[in-house]
Design a protein around this ligand. Structure first.
Ligand SMILES: Nc1ncnc2c1ncn2[C@@H]1O[C@H](COP(=O)(O)OP(=O)(O)O)[C@@H](O)[C@H]1O
Ligand SMILES: [Mg+2]
Length: 277
């Protein structure tokens, strides 16, 4: 059974804007899934189906093998935590600590558990020092971490991050990589994230969906997707620098093996130059 599965999911906004067209999407347990696509591709609309904010116009969505109903929606929102693109929409308490405590408090947990979860979430996000601060006075990157901490504190099994790198500086993006990978490795969480910034995808994702104009135009592993520069260009996405460079070296006759991440590329190049066995 998949944690999340959509079958021929279509969504039409009022005013007849078709935002999603026959989406078949699967999130298996413990996967790190990237949904990439340029603006307007349908990423946010798809994500809003994952915890029942939107209902499909046609087709279906199953969470843990079950359709979302009035009876199970509360459970499903505990199971699937979503961090939206605009952190401001998700932050409203007078202090960071209270804000992160909001979700766990609503779950009806006892004080001690709430305290523990809040501090664990602040620690994982590296923002313990912000606990007493006023969220609205924080920087964009800090607010984003607060919003993520608020969702982590609910301990969802599936974490959905809509454009998590938007507005982050390079250090923030690097921290986010480490953070997503640790959630998956240490806590067995399934992470689904969207981005139009493809450079970071090979470092984070196990599986990729490429969306354009409401459709999934390709899906596959990192090496299956980033070997298709023409497809990516046709949907107005870049090919990440590392596979692009390695591919062109190969095409020029350099005996290197393909690589997608920095570490793989370093290894591949050192071997090609006889510096590593
Ligand atoms: N509230 C809305 N009403 C009508 N159309 C919308 C609304 N929100 C998004 N859309 C349209 O749906 C399509 C997909 O949007 P969205 O899911 O936000 O894409 P992405 O997140 O990939 O940028 C776009 O064509 C967008 O204009
Ligand atoms: Mg979006």
């Amino acid at each position: 059974m998949h944690l999340i599965e959509t079958r021929d999911l279509c969504y039409v906004y009022p005013g007849k804007v078709t935002a999603l067209n026959n989406i078949n999407f699967i999130a298996p347990r413990n996967a790190r899934i990237a949904v990439i696509g340029s603006n307007g591709a349908g990423k946010s609309t798809l994500f809003k189906h994952f915890n029942g904010i939107f209902r499909p116009t046609s087709g279906s969505i199953l969470v843990r093998g079950e359709p979302i109903t009035k009876q199970n929606i509360k459970e499903i929102r505990k199971f699937v935590g979503i961090v939206f693109q605009n952190a401001d929409d998700q932050i409203f308490s007078p202090t960071v600590e209270q804000d992160v405590a909001f979700g766990p408090t609503n779950l009806g947990l006892d004080e001690e558990t709430i305290h523990h979860r809040v501090h664990e979430a602040l620690r994982i996000l590296g923002i313990e020092h912000l606990a007493e601060r006023v969220p609205h006075h924080l920087s964009g990157g800090e607010k984003k971490r607060v919003a993520i901490a608020g969702v982590i504190a609910m301990e969802p099994e599936v974490l959905v991050l809509d454009e998590p790198t938007a507005g982050l500086d390079p250090r923030g993006v690097a921290d986010l990589n480490t953070f997503i990978n640790s959630l998956s490795k240490k806590y067995g969480m399934t992470v689904i994230f969207s981005t139009h910034d493809v450079g970071l995808v090979p470092e984070i994702a196990d599986y990729i969906y490429v969306m354009d104009k409401g459709r999934v135009v390709a899906s596959g592993t990192v090496d299956e997707i980033f070997i298709q520069p023409d497809m990516l260009k046709s949907v107005r996405l870049d090919v990440p620098v590392i596979p692009r460079l390695l591919k062109s070296l190969k095409e020029s006759g350099v005996d290197v093996s393909m690589a997608y991440t920095y570490t793989e590329a370093e290894d591949s190049l050192l071997r090609a130059f006889g510096k590593r066995p």
